[in-house]
Design a protein around this ligand. Structure first.
Ligand SMILES: Nc1ncnc2c1ncn2[C@@H]1O[C@H](COP(=O)(O)OP(=O)(O)OP(=O)(O)O)[C@@H](O)[C@H]1O
Length: 417
């Protein structure tokens, strides 16, 4: 078992992890989630004795990593798949790790087989793809057949077959009674792999609970209701009746209605009373991704803005409407560099487009407004708080709300502190 108590790490003014307490238990896959920069890697480094906590402590099986007898045989970790001597072959890399820990050479060949790298075992790792590097990192973690395993983003760069393999590997390791602690940003994958979740935001604990509890605590269930497509008036009638009964009704893209605030049997009764036929009435629960977005929306440090592409679009004459994007062909009149054509100019404007007047590097007049290809707004995203005052959002029990330190308000973006 991994146990962190009051774990805190400061780098100068930056508090990367604050007062983190949690346990990672054997026999389960525990997912470690948090937005970029929330302190996941820092926490893993402290667990592995690669960084010293500023305050608090973390133990594995009751010992700090550095005092753990024969640590490489007890704990395996993949932190950074690129941390490999590129001039060594995969086999020699593993062999050197094995020799340092008194692990027999035949185990190297075993793990090369387990991760599917036996055919390239004698190739230098600097020629490896991202996914091959991940596999080599996983092989290194498995080398000592450890009871405790930590993986930081193990599926990064893996193809679908590799992702499935990692999922099954994690589950199998946990089923053997091992402690498996794995960070990932791939929510759909985490939903399929993890049994338990630890979620952090800006270095603080946001949730420590089973994946099922996490989803039900952080999601709003809703009902999908569909009336016959051929009779739009039925849909309107039902929508009014549901709203009158206190339900909240939103249209879905496919013509169905998303209803919250009314139980399914009540929706059915209302439809019956209104003499509206139903083609669908189904309960829905949010995905892990939706629940995660809801929980962490106040603890995200790095948010994207819409790309206004200032200075890159052809200015429109006064009163003219922007041209409609053509599916598969992009936006007419668009001056972003097109991919180099064989024998052609690398940055030629689209054929037939008028050549814009020369301008300074940033001087071309831009057409603000939404540009083609800009994704639809994230339905779960909230506007970034201007100056957040309250503590980071905290899930219902058992996660205790951590209090922010007075000297460094962790609820504010780093720059604002
Ligand atoms: N050695 C360091 N010196 C200074 N600041 C650091 C150092 N290591 C991490 N940090 C800072 O600590 C914070 C947490 O970083 P960390 O890498 O632990 O986050 P993370 O959750 O793993 O992020 P990601 O999901 O992007 O990998 C970040 O703001 C990072 O810039």
């Amino acid at each position: 078992m991994i146990e962190a108590v009051g774990l805190t790490k400061r780098y100068g003014d930056k508090t990367a992890v604050y007062n983190l307490s949690f346990q990672v238990r054997p026999g389960a896959v525990t997912g470690f989630l948090g937005p970029n920069g929330s302190g996941k890697s820092t926490t893993m480094r402290m667990i592995l004795g690669l960084d010293n906590p500023t305050a608090g402590h973390v133990t594995i099986g009751g010992y700090p990593y550095r005092r753990l007898p024969n640590a490489p045989r007890q704990v395996g970790a993949l932190l950074d798949a690129k941390a490999v001597h590129g001039g060594r072959s995969a086999r020699n890399h593993l062999l050197s790790l094995a020799q340092l820990s008194g692990i027999p050479a035949r185990r190297v060949d075993e793990v090369l087989g387990v991760v599917g790298l036996h055919d390239v075992a004698r190739r230098r790792s600097k020629g490896f793809s991202l996914g091959m590097g991940q596999r080599l990192g996983i092989a290194a973690a498995l080398l000592g057949d450890p009871q405790v395993l930590l993986f930081d983003e193990p599926v990064n760069g893996l193809d679908p077959e590799g992702i499935l393999w990692v999922r099954n590997l994690m589950k199998a390791l946990a089923a053997e009674g091992r402690t498996v602690f794995v960070s990932s940003h791939l929510m759909s994958e985490m939903a399929l792999t993890a049994d338990h979740l630890i979620v952090i935001g800006r270095g603080q604990l946001l949730a420590d609970m089973s994946i099922t509890d996490f989803i039900s605590a952080n999601s709003a269930d809703f009902a999908r209701v569909r009336t016959p497509d051929t009779e739009p008036q039925q849909r309107e009638k039902l929508s009014s009746a549901l709203t009158e009964a206190g339900g909240h009704v939103l249209p879905e893209q496919d013509g169905a209605l998303r209803v919250t605030g009314l139980p399914l049997p009540r929706i059915s009764d209302i439809a019956h009373d209104a003499d509206v036929r139903l083609w669908e009435l189904s309960p829905h629960q949010a995905s892990l991704e939706e629940a995660y977005m809801r929980m962490t929306q106040g603890a995200v440090d790095y948010r994207s803005t819409d790309d206004q592409k200032a200075g890159l679009q052809q200015p429109l004459p006064p009163g003219a409407q922007p041209p409609m994007p053509v599916p598969g062909q992009g936006q007419p009149g668009w001056y972003a560099p097109s991919p180099p054509q064989p024998g052609g100019q690398p940055f030629a404007p689209p054929q037939g487009a008028p050549v814009p007047p020369p301008a300074g590097p940033y001087g071309a007049p831009g057409a603000p407004g939404a540009a083609p290809g800009v994704p639809a707004p994230n339905p779960y995203a909230q506007p970034a708080p201007q100056a957040p005052q309250g503590p980071a959002p905290v899930a219902p029990p058992p996660a205790a709300p951590p209090s922010a330190p007075s000297s460094a308000d962790l609820t504010k973006p780093e720059d604002a502190r």
